[in-house]
Ligand binder design. Structure first.
Ligand SMILES: [Zn+2]
Length: 123
């Protein structure tokens, strides 16, 4: 379906696939194309690298033809989720801004080291 044949490659030439990716993020720009930031660790040389990819290439499935290496059920799960839409990212951003009372979130860990509670499980 997609004719975009872009791919991410490590300096050593190894193709980067979905399971090598450690972190991604959107770089939104008001003008010009938006980019997706991808941080990865090469499965061959174990070096970390990072790269910016045009959003359209990312959504065109830049990591996707690793399909044979992904279990079928996982592949189906990913496909049912669909690509992360840029609008979802924006919605999430506004959802965060609209959170007026962070205490309602009840984080599982104390967010600050300055919490004056004695803990026996301190490392
Ligand atoms: Zn490499």
């Amino acid at each position: 379906m997609s004719s975009i044949r872009a791919s991410i490659k490590c300096n050593c030439g190894q193709r980067i696939i979905a399971r090598d990716v450690m972190q991604t993020g959107y770089y939104l720009r008001l003008f010009g194309p938006s980019y997706v930031y991808v941080k990865y660790r090469c499965s061959r040389c174990r070096k970390m690298g990072e790269q910016f990819i045009k959003q359209e290439e990312w959504e065109g499935g830049i990591l996707r033809d690793s399909a044979e290496e992904v279990p079928q059920e996982e592949k189906e799960r990913f496909e049912s989720l669909g690509p992360i839409d840029i609008n979802e990212v924006i919605d999430f951003h506004f959802a965060l801004e609209n959170l007026s009372d962070l205490k309602t979130l009840e984080p599982p860990h104390p967010p600050s080291k300055k919490v004056k509670q004695r803990s026996s499980s301190e490392r």
